[in-house]
Design a protein around this ligand. Sequence first.
Ligand code: T4K
Length: 369
Amino acid sequence: MNEKQITVTSPLLPDLEEFHALLKEIWDSKWVTNNGSFHKQLEKELAEYLKVPYISLFTNGTLPLLTALQALRITGEVITTPYSFVATTHSIWWNGCKPVFVDIDPATGNMNPDKIEAAITNKTTAIMPVHVYGKPCDTKRIKEIADKYGLKVIYDAAHAFGVEVNGESVLTAGDMSTLSFHATKVYNTLEGGALVMHDAETKKRVDYLKNFGFAGETEVVAPGINSKVDEVRAAYGILNLRQVDAAIEARHQVAVKYREALRPIEGITFMDDMPGVKHNYSYFPIFIDAEKYGMTRDELYEKMRSHNVLGRRYFYPLISTFSTYRGLESAAPKNLPNAHKMADSVICLPMHHELSAEDIHRVLELIVK
Ligand code: T4K
């Protein structure tokens, strides 16, 4: 096998010369971290780009989850989805809270709002849904339930950079939303992330929390952590923000080609665009019905691998099956039938801004027999 590897994603990288010019500025200033000028600039530009009132940069997409739970003083039980990356549930566990899993809606992969109320107990204080693959959750229904029971809502929006519903950012839903700017994401700062909030007071508190709780040179107001972003990654982020729209459009064109070729294939399904939603095409999951397709998900996955096409089974295995969580009552497979079905049938196809027509053809030719 000597075919070039086609990976599930490939990082959006800034122009090296432009990056070098910004590095020179950092070198000259000798101010390399702790809320430097590129950090401030990136926060401002991101708030504008994302149409959110306040945003705080973080050093990855996991720490904003941990910090949001701290900032909102969440305790007891948190209702969440098993169909996500492990960081979602780990953040609940690391805060000493108990995750309570509810099943997903098979149409979107997101938490099914119809299942939330039955999972609420007198210990429930929050809901942590995920906009899986960047598909927006039913934020209206979730808000109604949260308001009825006085619960906080923290959205893990790691996949939802730039996603809008009827012209409004999906990141403004809930009490807070978190983002990941990891290299594998639509928009990246190598490692990185952010927390989105509604008011200046909360941003102030979050900014203290991400800087050890310091509110001044000698005053510590909370048991904070270190999640600061350095100037090198902030500069990189400023440059990447200028080209992210073009990257999203390139991804869109890949999705158009995949959908066109896969629609007639029996036993393969995928998600279409949702009405009124501006998507970011962060992932392209397909779902295999082994009986109809004549091959299991894992057989197709291995076949692709053997041709150097590296799709990924995001999100298999389900979080609820990992040893830390499988003993929880809510982790019982009978409680999560749709999540199990999706995890057992998914392959995320290669999806990024640099896929060539030839790459797309190679991926499709393995699926369209
Ligand atoms: N919440 C949700 C819903 C998330 O999906 C994530 C992260 C988080 C929270 C936490 O955010 P972070 O703390 O990570 O910022 C990846 C990412 O590491 C992870 O960020 C992401 N979700 C998760 C879904 O996927 P892996 O283990 O699949 O990545 P890896 O290293 O196998 O890379 C996949 C492919 O990407 C490679 O085959 C090639 C390409 N790649 C990767 C890297 C790292 C590159 O071309 N260059 C690179 O530098 O986890």
